[in-house]
Write a protein that binds this ligand. Structure first.
Ligand SMILES: [Zn+2]
Length: 148
């Protein structure tokens, strides 16, 4: 029977692969096999990734007080999900919260400005208006229209 020989590709590093700016490797054991980093550096890496996501999602959001701000954040969320930089579950939760924020904007504005009367503004823009001067007017007669 042939014994299993060690494969060069299967050798796993024992110590963290983080390299300091001075070029020295971290001496702590690996805690995260996916990144080959120790617990501390894996945590720092995840924290930095979360900070980057937060920056992208809140960069142009107007504190989520306007529909445009929420739209901008949702656009970034779409890009992050499409690039597989965020889990679908997390994106769904963030989209749900954005939906709630969008629905509560009118109520928040009403509370902030209780004296403002709601106004309905209908702007038809450049739609052509009907030509009312061309409508024929029926002549007014004093005689009854039915002869009986
Ligand atoms: Zn480390």
């Amino acid at each position: 029977m042939k014994s299993a020989s060690p494969n060069a590709n299967s050798v796993q590093p024992v110590h963290c692969l983080f390299r300091s700016p001075s070029g020295r490797f971290c001496r702590l054991p690996i805690a995260d096999r996916d990144s080959s980093l120790c617990y501390r550096h894996a945590f720092d890496q995840r924290k930095q990734a979360s900070a980057d996501l937060l920056q992208r999602l809140t960069d142009d959001c107007d504190e989520f007080t306007t529909a445009v701000g929420i739209h901008n954040s949702l656009s970034e969320l779409y890009k992050l999900l499409a690039a597989d930089l965020i889990t679908a579950r997390r994106a769904a939760v963030l989209a749900y919260i954005a939906n709630l924020l969008l629905r509560t904007i009118p109520f928040a504005q009403k509370e902030a400005n209780p004296d403002d009367d709601p106004r309905l503004i209908v702007d038809f823009g450049d739609l052509p208006r009907p030509n009312r001067s061309a409508i024929p007017v029926a002549p007014v007669t004093s005689e009854p229209s039915c002869a009986s």
